[in-house]
Structures are given as structure tokens and as C-alpha cells.
Write a protein that binds this ligand. Structure first.
Ligand SMILES: [Zn+2]
Ligand SMILES: [Zn+2]
Length: 245
């Protein structure tokens, strides 16, 4: 369902920044825009023929938002002829507008959707997708006004498909234990035992030990460190982002 532009953790330059996209109707949807993402989007020529580009951001760490400013400027100036209604940014906190403003990306260059949930009207697509940002624990340094500023995203197209994208987090959302509610679950993971900002692989194994194989396979691992044992994770029954069959 999602096509990944990169599947690595912050320091994994081989796999690149974890980021993914999908297309609906004539619109492009991108989740996260880390440092190396802008170049990949341009190289793949993904903006060709699109009537709108929607960028969903999970949090403001550089491996998730490092090329966001350049991406917005490029879309506004080069792709959509200064029409900010075609460049849409989704994040549940004003923090992102401050982050962008310091880079010279003012709100007259994009349309900002701060809603925690909303319906989308997509060009060339007859249904209304829905999304919800789920606050999640990652690192306290990103919190703002005592509020967590990291999110997972649940996206649903009712009868067509639905997925959950964890963002970076040290917890497994309880909703995900009911795997039947999702077609795809994309989750970050780390093999570092005792890690406090990312979700430990051993915890995931324990949580899913009684899960039927077909459900477990829906859990697609992403944000992988260079020392993550991919072959073991596959043997354990999980899918790997970018390698889904
Ligand atoms: Zn990250
Ligand atoms: Zn992070």
C-alpha cells in the first residue's frame, strides 16, 4: 500500500530516512520528509501530473522533517506556480509553522491543517479518506507546553484500505493489538535492548507471540538501524518495509 522512499533509522545512511508515499486520484500523499527525502521525490518525478501534494509529518526530528522546508518551497515555486492551496501540510501542532518560519518558509507558501482528525476531499477520488493523529511517546525533548509532540497516524479509506503508521515511538498503541482493524501496520522498531525512545523488538515479539501468522505479517517494520537483524525478523513472521510482497 505505501511505497517507501527510505526505511532506515536516523543514522542509517544505507537505508535512508524512513518516509513513504501513496497516490489517490490525482493527489500525492507523503509521510515525513527527512534530510534525504526531497532529492528522492524529485528524482522519482512524483509530482508530475499531480493536482495537490499532501505532506503528513509525524514529528520534527531532522530525519523526519529535515527537507520539509525545501520540499514546500519547491512545490510552491516550481510545481504549483505559487498556488499554496496545492501544497498541504498536516501536523497537529503550531510548532511546525514556527519550525518552518525560522527557515523562511512562511504560511503564504503552504496550507496548514492542524486538525487532529479530518476528512479529505481528494481530486479524482470519489471517497473521503479519514485520518487521525495519535499522540505517542518518543523523546521528551520534542515536547512542547507539556504536550507530546510526536504522533502516529491512522489513515482510513473505509472499505478500501486502512493503515497505521507509528512514527518514532517507544510504545505500541493498544489499538494495534486488534490487527483486524487494519490492512497494514507500519511500525518502527529497534534491536537495542533497554532503549527508551524507540520500540524494542523483544517487546514486540512478546506482545505478538499469540498472534496468528497472517495478522503478524501485517506488521511491517521500518526505521531500521544498520545492525537490525532483518532475516531474524522475517523468520519471526514480520514484514520489512520496502520488501512487502
Ligand atoms: Zn527517526
Ligand atoms: Zn525521532
Amino acid at each position: 500500500m505505501l511505497t517507501f522512499l527510505g526505511t532506515g533509522g536516523a543514522f542509517n545512511t544505507e537505508r535512508g530516512n524512513t518516509s513513504a508515499y501513496f497516490e489517490l486520484g490525482t493527489e500525492l500523499f507523503i509521510i515525513d520528509a527527512g534530510e534525504d527525502v526531497f532529492a528522492k521525490l524529485v528524482k522519482k518525478n512524483l509530482f508530475q501530473g499531480k493536482t495537490r501534494v499532501n505532506i503528513f509529518v509525524t514529528h520534527l526530528h531532522s530525519d523526519h522533517a529535515g527537507s520539509l522546508g525545501t520540499l514546500i518551497a519547491y512545490l510552491f515555486i516550481k510545481v504549483f506556480n505559487l498556488d499554496r492551496s496545492k501544497v498541504c501540510v498536516y501536523f497537529p501542532s503550531e510548532a511546525i509553522t514556527e519550525f518552518l518560519a525560522l527557515q523562511g518558509i512562511k504560511q503564504d507558501m503552504y496550507t496548514f491543517f492542524i486538525n487532529r482528525w479530518d476528512e479529505l476531499y481528494v481530486d479524482g477520488y470519489e471517497k473521503q479518506p479519514e485520518y487521525v493523529f495519535e499522540p505517542t511517546r518518543h523523546t521528551d525533548e520534542l515536547n512542547r507546553n507539556n504536550e507530546t509532540n510526536c504522533y502516529g497516524i491512522e489513515f482510513s479509506l473505509k472499505s478500501d484500505f486502512g493503515f497505521f503508521y507509528s512514527g518514532d515511538t517507544c510504545e505500541f498503541n493498544q489499538k494495534l493489538m486488534n490487527t483486524y482493524a487494519f490492512d497494514y501496520i507500519y511500525h518502527e522498531v529497534t534491536s537495542t535492548e533497554g532503549a527508551t525512545v524507540h520500540f524494542q523488538y523483544n517487546e514486540l515479539l512478546a506482545l505478538t507471540k499469540d498472534m496468528p501468522a497472517d495478522q503478524k505479517k501485517k506488521i511491517t517494520l521500518m526505521h531500521l538501524d544498520s545492525d537490525f537483524d532483518i532475516e531474524k525478523a522475517k523468520a519471526d513472521g514480520f514484514s520489512i518495509a520496502g520488501e512487502e510482497s
